[in-house]
Design a protein around this ligand. Structure first.
Ligand code: PNS
Length: 160
């Protein structure tokens, strides 16, 4: 059974994340989308809200599990019996950070392979950080976040 973890902050989920989820799903038997509990960041959405939005987006797909995790990614991946870590790379600017993380994860757990996937080029500039910024200033989030979640994300980001 091929299992991959797609970890991230997903604060909030974007169309770029959704593109990667759909690509990764085709490569494995089970995809675990995992939201990190990160005490050092103050997120716009709670982990529970992020998990709920991802679950709503993914819907009823038996091969995709949405969950959250604490601590080291490699420990969580091992606990799930995963062989792969999936990360999306949008542009060259993502590469350095992703490269460092992949090599460090390999040092910690050589049996885990990091797989990089590229989203459609129209999502190259889409990031959760920009969604938060645009949303908090009342900008249009169309083509940045899934339609079904847009109102919820926009409403929440506009609250003071
Ligand atoms: O969406 P993000 O914020 O780019 O995701 C980063 C994430 C969650 C993949 C990364 O911060 C992570 O794996 N954190 C867990 C702690 C860990 O394993 N750190 C060592 C990484 S080499």
């Amino acid at each position: 059974m091929r299992t991959a973890i797609y970890p991230g902050s997903f604060d909030p989920v974007t169309l770029g994340h959704w593109d990667i989820i759909q690509r990764a799903e085709k490569l494995v038997d089970k995809l675990v989308v995992a939201v990190l509990y990160n005490p050092s960041k103050s997120p716009a959405f709670s982990v529970e809200e992020r998990v709920a939005m991802l679950r709503e987006l993914v819907g009823d797909r038996p091969n995709i599990v949405i969950t959250s995790f604490h601590g080291l990614l490699v420990d969580f991946a091992k606990s799930q019996g995963a062989q792969f870590i999936v990360r999306g790379v949008r542009a060259f600017s993502d590469f350095e950070y992703e490269f460092q993380m992949a090599l460090m994860n390999r040092k910690l757990a050589p049996e885990l392979e990091t797989v990089f996937l590229m989203p459609k080029e129209k999502y190259s500039a889409v990031s959760s950080r920009l969604v938060r910024e645009i949303g908090s200033m009342g900008g249009n989030l169309a083509d940045l976040v899934p339609d079904t979640l847009r109102e919820r994300i926009a409403g929440r980001l506009q609250k003071p």
